[in-house]
Ligand binder design. Structure first.
Ligand code: OXD
Ligand code: MN
Length: 589
């Protein structure tokens, strides 16, 4: 037991509700990890992988009906419905506590409750925040150990803080993994998260989406900072100076790949390097110098395995070679793992993510498309030396983007912060063949926060606008699109490491080191300012011109689609509407 009174009282209260056989207080030590790993291996909750080839790595399968985040079962429980806004599911706190309380009642009988103190943000940072997660899953404990700074370090932080009772209260029980009894409820007004009926990462690793984004965004609004679904990376120039960007993309747009990209040869030869600070979440504050500073609150990566190869993202693959938890990938007879798009031949035989024998002739995929690796960030070959800097890193540019076949050009810069907020608010991504449903339908996803904003999204835009007024030296805001298609449906831009070329233009713009053309939608590169050295076989100046073209017809449709989305909002700031009118006018629509 820890000595913190508020923590103890709350843990006892939750134990009275869930009635576990016992409580284990997590300290984060190596010995504890070994003990829990042994226990989980003995019960079959995890399998130990080949310890010679993958030292410290383990394997886990979730229930077949429990493989992804469940947005339709995710609720924001504010006392007033309108505070959750038009884009969130809402339940009143009274109803949610009563309904979930009924499910939690006795849910841990016959099980152990693990009490996990964890810290989001570096241990030495004044901006870090503490959560306690109570869970009946060892798999959750082992994941939280990688994804957060867990155990004594978090309790010490809380005890030394101004208010040792100020922590996020997270309660999780697998219950019976029945989707009928699955809910992920957030109580932003109470700093509380209740998650029941799931064992899948995004629903149960409460430090990640639930705390760092949903509760985090609410705290950020009330306290004057930003909690965003953004990667953070640094670009080191040949003179050793590093500039940082933060970038928001909807899920499945290659955020982890961009965060860990390897610059193309021409740039490497000149001495450019890319360093990863974070791959999913940024907490950003105004620094004393008037710039916006970002920390990655997480401690590990919870990445999608399929498609991760030595070609697409060698740094991610290398990060997973030790101390990693693999979930729902394929298991090979030698105790290693495999997934589609790993860049190696399909194995002659394997056990698939459901535990069934698999061969290349099997009709189903060996790894679930949303199978994951949980790996320590510190193992990433390109991890930034600043990734644990208590003050964070200063952000020069913010990037918004999505998958757009036609409408969005390769890159453009917003005219100013307010226009940039509009660009973020109108972000969207088109569905791909891989996702269920119709191909090419736009899902609006403002700032990539649609599933993660813990309050009314209209107020969220308002908060962004307010922040712009308070940041003396704000980052410049850009929109990028790596996914433009030609008339035959082929990607025009090669993407991956080649995206460095666009990032380089962005950083030059942020410094005012390169001119741009003023267009109806924003500032755009002069085609010759996008470096194509070494890419000439694939990309000509004409390709760049095509990537930068603006099709008025598509924009007319786009604006209509934006308006349909905005029509749902009761609290859309006037400035956002005014930006849309101004855009229409500039386009002559
Ligand atoms: C994630 C997501 O898992 O955005 O990071 O869905
Ligand atoms: Mn994400």
């Amino acid at each position: 037991m820890y000595k913190n009174k508020a923590v103890n009282e709350w843990v006892q209260e939750m134990a009275q509700l869930t009635k576990p056989d016992g409580i284990v207080w997590i300290d984060g030590s190596e010995a504890e990890k070994e003990r829990l790993t042994e226990q989980a291996a003995a019960s079959g909750e995890i399998l130990l992988l080949n310890q010679e080839k993958l030292p410290g790595c383990v394997y886990h399968r979730t229930a077949e009906n429990d493989v992804a985040r469940v947005e339709h079962l995710t609720f924001i429980c504010t006392s007033k419905k309108e505070d959750a806004g038009p884009t969130n599911n809402w339940m009143s706190p009274d109803e949610a506590y009563a309904k979930l309380g009924g499910l939690f009642d006795g849910s841990m009988k016959g099980r152990t409750m693990y009490a996990i103190p964890y810290l989001m943000g570096p241990a030495a940072s004044p901006f870090s925040k503490v959560g306690i997660e109570l869970t009946d899953s060892i798999y959750v404990v082992l994941n939280m150990r990688i994804m957060t700074r867990m155990g004594k370090v978090a309790m010490d932080y809380l005890d030394a803080s101004d208010d040792p009772a100020d922590f996020v209260k997270g309660l999780h029980s697998k219950l019976d993994l029945n989707p009928e009894r699955r809910y992920i409820c957030h109580f932003p007004e109470d700093n509380t998260i209740w998650s029941i009926g799931s064992g899948y990462g995004g629903n149960v690793l409460l430090g990640k989406k639930c705390f760092s984004l949903r509760i985090g965004s609410y705290l950020a609004k009330t306290q004057g900072w930003l909690a965003e679904h953004m990667l953070i990376l640094g670009v080191e120039a040949p003179d050793g100076k590093v500039d940082y960007i933060a970038a928001a993309f909807p899920s499945a747009c290659g955020k982890t790949n961009l965060a860990m990209m390897i610059p193309p040869e021409y740039a490497r030869e000149k001495g450019y390097k890319v360093w990863t600070v974070g791959d999913d979440i940024a907490w950003m504050r105004i620094g004393e110098d008037g710039r916006l500073w970002a920390v990655n609150p997480e401690y590990g990566f919870f990445g999608v395995a399929p498609g991760t190869s030595m070609k697409s993202n060698p740094n991610a693959l290398l990060t997973t070679k030790k101390n990693t938890i693999f979930t729902n990938v394929a298991l090979l007879p030698d105790g290693t793992v495999w997934w589609e798009g790993m860049g190696t031949d399909a194995p002659a035989e394997a056990t698939d993510w459901k535990g069934n024998p698999w061969t290349p002739d099997s009709p189903e995929k060996a790894a679930h498309p949303n199978s994951r690796f949980t790996a320590p960030a510190g193992q990433c070959p390109c991890i930034s030396s600043e990734w644990e800097n208590p003050q964070g890193v200063p952000i020069s540019a913010i990037l918004f983007g999505g998958r757009r076949a036609k409408v969005a050009p390769l890159v453009y810069q917003s005219f100013d912060w307010e226009h940039g907020v509009f660009v973020g608010a109108t972000m969207g991504s088109e569905t791909t063949a891989a996702a269920a449903g119709q191909v090419g339908v736009v899902r609006r996803d403002p700032m990539a926060m649609l599933p993660f904003c813990g309050y009314n999204m209209g107020d969220y835009f308002g908060h962004w606008l307010e922040m712009g007024k308070k940041i003396p030296n704000p980052p410049k805001i850009f929109n990028v699109n790596w996914f433009r298609l030609d008339d035959e449906g082929h990607f025009i831009w090669p993407g991956y490491g080649e995206n460095f070329r666009v990032v380089k233009w962005i950083l030059d713009r942020a410094k005012g080191a390169v001119d741009a053309d003023e267009t109806a939608i924003g500032y755009m590169p002069k085609p010759e300012d996008i470096e194509i050295t070494g890419l000439e076989d694939e990309v000509s100046l004409d390709t760049i011109r095509a990537l930068l073209s603006i099709d008025k017809e598509s924009w007319a449709q786009e604006i209509e689609n934006q308006s349909e989305f905005f029509a749902k909002f009761d609290r859309l700031p006037d400035a956002v509407r005014a930006q849309q009118s101004a855009l229409k006018k500039r386009l002559g629509l």
